[in-house]
Design a protein around this ligand. Sequence first.
Ligand SMILES: Nc1ncnc2c1ncn2[C@@H]1O[C@H](COP(=O)(O)OP(=O)(O)OP(=O)(O)O)[C@@H](O)[C@H]1O
Length: 315
Amino acid sequence: MKYFIITNLFAGGGNAKKVWPDIKKYLAAKNVAYKAVYTEYADHAVELTKQILGKIAATKQKDVVIIAAGGDGTLHETLLGCKRYYEAHPTEKQVPISFLPIGSGNDFARGLKIPLKWEKALSNILHSDSPTTINVGHYTDLDNHTDGFFTNNFGIGFDASVVHLANRSSLKSNHFFGKFSYIAAILNVIINFKGFYAEIIPENESKHIFQHTFLLTTTDIPYFGGGINIVPTASALDDHLDMVVVEKPSLWQLILFISMIFLKRHLQLKFIHHYHEKQLFIKTNGNRYGQIDGEELGERTYNLKLETVKYPFWI
Ligand SMILES: Nc1ncnc2c1ncn2[C@@H]1O[C@H](COP(=O)(O)OP(=O)(O)OP(=O)(O)O)[C@@H](O)[C@H]1O
């Protein structure tokens, strides 16, 4: 087996850079055939993936795996690179994606029970002998006819506003104070957030309308936001997506919501709506922040179709 490793040394607030020399030593000690490439800017992993797949096809290499080594953002870009490459080359055999979690949140690893310790995760990759089909999230923007994919979640509202604010915080780049940028952003959003209008159309159902939406997250895995178990029953192995809509809570409802998350019983609360569907449509009014796999989508309105599509993973 040969491994192509797409490495984001900036993942995990410097953690990836710290552990990378040990990962290389581990691979050398086990005589693993691999080639590592490094991301040099945001979105670079998409291009690197396409280039690697092009070379694999041109040299007719078999028994190859692409490993995304970094955080969920690096995995997201690697999946996008693969999907875009095979859209252009539909007859080629799809190379499986593997994930070495050396980022910050690592929600995909938590969701798929990939060990968070890199030694164990890498050992599992090297001992795996066949691909597993994962149903990743796929969205189509019905307004501008673009599309994209997500391994974890697509969030509109609260979670996306937190990602947006935290990314702009002067604390974020500090290795020690980085996590406080999220706490500060969460408090800021809780105080200032205004609920927004959203329409949800589950498969074969009529429209559900929410006038004051706080959180509208579609997820393929149980976790979001770096380990928050938002839908404990979600699974990337089935062909369904889970959506959680939280109506703007009062302070006591918010406290109840957070407490119930720890007990994994928050989905029973009256102001929380849970959907488990093969296909969902979302329409929102007013500009709102969006996030996809923890990466910012900017501020806009949404008119989306959401479903799953398959891709082979090496986990
Ligand atoms: N050389 C680079 N310089 C700056 N940004 C980069 C570079 N390489 C990758 N990036 C960007 O870094 C961002 C974060 O990467 P990633 O998600 O892998 O790590 P993380 O945020 O630490 O982990 P997680 O998403 O699991 O919390 C991504 O948006 C990616 O595009």
